[in-house]
Structure formats: C-alpha cells, structure tokens
Write a protein that binds this ligand. Structure first.
Ligand code: CMP
Length: 132
C-alpha cells in the first residue's frame, strides 16, 4: 500500500474546503491515517519546497504556504500516489480538468488549494517533514 502526503493549503482552509476535499478522498476509497491542522514554519516550508529554490515563484510560495493554517494528512491505499495526483488535477488550476480538486476549486497556479506527493521517494521525505 502506498502513502501520500497531502496538504490542504491555506487558501483551501480559508475557503472552508476541508470537508469537501477529505470527502472526495474517502468516497474514492482511500484512507486517511494521519491528519493535523498546523501553521507551517518558514524553516519547514523551505525544506518541503527545497527543490524549487531559485525559481521565480519560490519566495511567494513560501510566503503563501506559511500565511495561515493548513491541513496535513497522510493518505494510504493501493496506488494512492497516482490516484491522489489525478484527483488533484494539474498544478495550474486554471488548466485543470473540471471534476478534479483544483479544476473545481481554483483558477490559479500558486493558490491551487492542494499539494500531493509526486513519487514514493517524495512521499517518504514529505511525510517525515510533517509527521516525523
Ligand atoms: P505544489 O503541488 O504544492 O508544488 C509546488 C508548488 O509551487 C505548486 O503546487 C504551486 O503552488 C507552485 N507553483 C508551481 N509552479 C508555479 C508557477 N509557475 N507559478 C506560481 N506557482 C507555482
């Protein structure tokens, strides 16, 4: 069984989408095994998004992800990583397919409501940051 680290980002929490998003994963048959609401420190945010250092959107991304409470969770299930990614939709919510979380709930590239791990290795690393 795979595990994925999922974040409902500060925009998703502020817009009261926690229940909607969790409901989608549960209805699909995935299982939430860890869950915590927290406001991320800049230090943890910089570790989590370390691969994006130097990109033009890096600094605004760190500001945004630390700007208010988020919900971090570990979701498990058979092929959970790719299933969760497909449910989230493409990073640029403005291009994301309707029916996906981003395609239904955002139109932005940066305030795109949700993050999910993109590989088994990323998931292990990210779960360690949030729940280690
Ligand atoms: P996420 O899945 O959390 O992973 C990295 C984040 O960087 C991504 O979602 C977006 O929030 C943000 N991001 C990626 N590309 C861009 C971009 N071109 N412009 C602004 N933000 C971006």
């Amino acid at each position: 069984m795979e595990q994925s680290l999922v974040l409902i980002k500060p925009d998703g929490v502020a817009r009261r989408y926690i229940g909607d998003i969790i409901g989608r994963f549960e209805k699909r048959g995935l299982t939430i095994i860890q869950l915590e609401m927290m406001t991320l420190s800049r230090e943890k945010a910089e570790v989590h998004y370390g691969e994006h250092v130097g990109k033009p959107f890096y600094s605004p991304l760190i500001d945004f992800i630390t700007s208010g409470p988020l919900v971090a969770m570990v979701i498990t299930g058979d092929r959970a990583i790719s299933i969760v990614r497909s449910m989230c939709g493409t990073t640029d919510a403005g291009s994301a397919a309707p029916g996906t979380i981003r395609g239904d709930l955002s139109i932005y590239n940066n305030r795109n409501v949700i993050h999910s791990s993109d590989s088994v290795e990323s998931a292990q690393r990210e779960i360690g940051i949030f729940f280690g």
